[in-house]
Design a protein around this ligand. Structure first.
Ligand code: SF4
Length: 102
């Protein structure tokens, strides 16, 4: 019997960020992903759109509660909305919080 246990990615911080090496943004100045206006956000989003690790990038930013910048094609505001929706959908015990229909 194989006794090895696969470690979740978040245990090893280096492994948890290894996906960054495949990000399309590595070909652009980092400041482009920390825009100060909507035009800059749209510009960053367009780059993220075709990024092969966009999903992982977004989940990382959500999990780490990163407040600034465009990650996974989502602005700060969009990530706050996603987190809020997830909080509504899942109770503190991990159960779905379904409001009764009245
Ligand atoms: S989704 Fe955007 S910010 Fe994330 S790695 Fe890709 S290009 Fe960079």
């Amino acid at each position: 019997m194989d006794e090895r246990v696969e470690q979740p990615n978040h245990i090893d911080p280096e492994y948890a960020t290894a996906w960054m090496a495949d990000g399309t943004c590595r070909n652009y100045p980092p400041a482009m992903f920390f825009p100060s206006d909507g035009v800059g956000v749209d510009r960053a989003r367009k780059i993220c759109k075709d990024c092969p690790v966009a999903g992982t990038c977004l989940e990382y930013a959500l999990e780490q509660r990163i407040e600034h910048g465009v990650w996974g094609g989502c602005s700060e505001r969009e990530r706050r909305r996603i987190l809020k929706r997830r909080k509504i959908a899942v109770s503190p015990r991990g159960h779905l919080a379904v409001e009764p229909v009245t």
